[in-house]
Ligand binder design. Structure first.
Ligand code: NAP
Length: 266
């Protein structure tokens, strides 16, 4: 399968690296198009793939075209590439908020797959939600799912609005985890640990808790009960979290991210 990635920035580069290192795509079959001079130099140095700097006939030869530019650059990009697009090509867009119908109109084709990856894709631990227009065949969908799976786990949704919902949960999710960890680190330094000691303790606690959870079928609430004994230290902390309505705050935050994702898409 011949794949073109347009936009060799943070996500485009991650996708290219994952496709190649997993051997799902051969270097000769991968092309990256970017117009940023500095980025092109880096791509040429670090990736074994064809690098292009301007749209041209090579676009028409691709089986899959991945759109990985910022959402605000989408319209301009579509205008630049539209003349080279063939109606039966498949486009995979990872641009947040850009609707499939918008891309179908802008590019003059019908086969669109829209995906929302997240940053841990950089280490093969990503979570990608994806959906597809009706015209994409089962075979094409499976091929794209295989590609997405090289960056971690991928989950398919029938409804496109679930991609905005996924943006609020897994797309933004790594930042919520880092926010919680940073606050644990700050609290640890306040009760006497050095910055590096606090970081080590929080990172390892987070990793350990995740691995433990992974190895069992207990829910988060069940694990909480196992750590928190009656009248103990964990319960003292959880009581303060509850008194300050931390659950409500987290749920409201994720709802706000969802509302914003929908707003950006309009
Ligand atoms: N980063 C994430 O964690 C993440 C997560 C989920 C989804 N996404 C989505 O992934 C997409 C890419 O994000 P990113 O963070 O990788 O962006 P990025 O680092 O800014 O990369 C985009 C690259 O595309 C280039 N570009 C822009 N317009 C172009 C055009 N018309 N022709 C050729 N190259 C062009 C940019 O160059 P210039 O900068 O010079 O314009 C830049 O090198 C976004 O739509 C975002 O919503 C990102």
């Amino acid at each position: 399968m011949k794949v073109l990635i347009i936009g060799g920035g943070s996500m485009g580069y991650t996708f290219a690296e994952s496709f190649l290192s997993s051997h799902v795509i051969r270097p000769n079959d991968l092309t990256i198009l970017d117009h940023n001079t500095q980025r092109i130099e880096l791509l040429m140095r670090q990736l074994k793939a064809n690098i292009e700097t301007k749209p041209d006939n090579f676009i028409s030869e691709q089986d899959l075209i991945v759109l990985a530019v910022k959402p605000q650059d989408s319209e301009k990009l579509c205008n630049h590439i539209r003349t080279f697009i063939k109606p039966n090509q498949v486009v995979l867009s990872i641009m947040a908020g850009v609707k499939m119908a918008t891309l179908q109109n802008a590019l003059g084709l019908s086969k669109i797959i829209r995906a929302m990856p997240n940053l841990p894709a950089q280490v093969g631990m990503g979570m990608t939600a994806f959906t597809a227009s009706d015209e994409v065949s089962r075979h094409e969908l499976i091929e794209v799912q295989n590609l997405l799976s090289t960056t971690g786990r991928a989950i398919y949704f029938e409804r496109e609005d679930m991609i905005d919902a996924a943006t609020a949960v897994s797309g933004s999710g790594p930042a919520y985890v880092y926010y919680f960890m940073q606050n644990m680190i700050d609290a640890a330094t306040q009760i006497g640990f050095s910055e590096s000691q606090a970081e080590l303790m929080v990172w390892q606690t987070m990793l350990g808790a995740l691995h433990l959870h992974n190895k069992s079928n207990l829910s988060c609430n069940e694990w909480i009960k196992r750590v928190a004994s009656k009248g103990g230290t964990t319960e003292a902390a959880l009581n303060v979290f509850n008194q300050n309505q931390m659950s409500d705050t987290i749920q409201q935050g994720i709802k706000a991210a969802f509302d914003r994702a929908e707003e950006l898409g309009r």
